[in-house]
Ligand binder design. Structure first.
Ligand SMILES: [Zn+2]
Length: 376
């Protein structure tokens, strides 16, 4: 993809372009920002543009170098991303070719933790950085989700960052810059990436026919995506209504009526879903309570506001009746914490048990409070 076609990241691309035009490219960049907003796409487009046979940063898309870059087969452009240690080389190349043809790299390995190992950094970065470019002019290394480097891997990379070979650019992308060692961060020039607006996400989804969105589904997915085009892409694949129903059922309380069924449900969520699906599930829980909050604030007699869970209005109303606004606010914070815990690879069974317990306690608390008020 050419840099010009990337949507919603004008600031980041402006910084890179200015550095290139003033011949002050840094040896290392840190692309920081939320998941699914185009950090990796921009890094690869920048790598393509640097090596394009045309003048400037055009990334024409038609020269031999651009074609190789787009197929991820350019010998001077290297994409490194976290994989489970058990992944075989053939499986890794299958992932890469999926990335080249699909545009979005799905990196949900279920319950296996994916890392960037020291062996990978040594063979894919250090060794290759010290060779001359094959066709050049630039060697570019993109380390996606660089925060998943092991400590040993980060220390090994640090040596290359400290003594950067000529004509080499190393780009680290991360949604959790604080998880990287300060020594690594201090060697990189930071390029901030912003969350995307709904309109931009819609455009991104519709721009690539391979993603399979029509206008209506793009609009629904963009509304659910909270600024992340990557998340919107996953929405489509899983079918929003089925997902919404599952969350609505759970939130309505039928499936978590006692401790045993609550633990069952939490275990199911922890074991059946991969990490990104778990995050998404928590996102949908948040959106459920946002709807409940909207209903509470509008009052029962007001015209129905625009709700995501409009097909579950009765359950939403019941939830709005069962919980006061203060409790609701606290619960929303807790679900948000749970989302971050999953992001940090905390034990999913514990996270889900505790968040479903929080929901049950919140329901009960309000009931008790109201009971006391009635009695008084
Ligand atoms: Zn080109």
């Amino acid at each position: 993809m050419s840099l010009a076609r990337i949507k919603g990241q004008d600031k980041a691309i402006g910084l890179l372009t200015a550095a290139f035009e003033s011949e002050r490219l840094s040896h290392a960049y840190l692309f920081g920002g939320p998941d699914g907003v185009g950090k990796e796409t921009t890094a690869l487009a920048f790598a393509q543009a640097l090596n394009c046979e045309e003048e400037g940063l055009s990334g024409c898309g038609t020269c031999a170098s651009c074609k190789m870059a787009q197929g991820l087969s350019h010998p001077d452009i290297h994409l490194i991303f976290p994989v489970p240690t058990t992944l075989k080389p053939a499986e890794r190349s299958a992932l890469l070719s999926g990335h080249a043809s699909g545009g979005y790299r799905e990196q949900d390995f279920g319950r296996k933790t994916a890392i960037i190992s020291v062996e990978t950094v040594l063979s894919e970065v250090v060794a290759k950085a010290n060779q001359r470019p094959y066709i050049g002019p630039w060697k570019v290394f993109v380390l996606a989700d660089a925060d998943m480097m092991t400590t040993e891997a980060a220390n090994t990379l640090l040596k290359t960052l400290e003594e950067p070979p000529d004509k080499t650019v190393i780009i680290l992308t991360t949604s959790r810059p604080n998880a990287l060692p300060a020594t690594v961060i201090s060697r990189c020039q930071k390029i901030p990436f912003a969350g995307l607006g709904r309109g931009t996400i819609e455009e991104v989804l519709l721009a690539d026919p391979r993603l399979g969105f029509d206008k209506a589904s793009a609009r629904a997915a963009a509304a659910l995506a909270q600024g992340s085009a990557g998340r919107a892409v996953r929405t489509n694949r899983q079918g929003p209504q089925v997902e919404l129903k599952r969350v609505a059922d759970l939130m309505a309380g039928g499936r978590t009526k006692d401790v045993a069924s609550l633990v069952n449900e939490a275990t199911a969520l922890a074991f059946r879903l991969g990490r990104s699906e778990q995050q998404r599930f928590l996102d949908l829980m948040l959106l459920w309570y946002r709807d409940v909050l909207k209903l509470s604030e509008m009052g029962a007699d007001a015209a129905t506001p625009h709700l995501l869970y409009s097909q579950h209005l009765a359950e939403l109303k019941a939830a709005a009746d069962a919980m006061d606004v203060e409790t609701l606010g606290r619960l929303i914070d807790k679900i948000d914490d749970a989302r971050r815990a999953i992001e940090r690879y905390s034990n999913a069974t514990i996270v889900f048990t505790s968040v479903l317990l929080d929901v049950a306690v919140a329901r009960k608390e309000t009931a008790t409070k109201r009971g006391v008020r009635h009695a008084a």
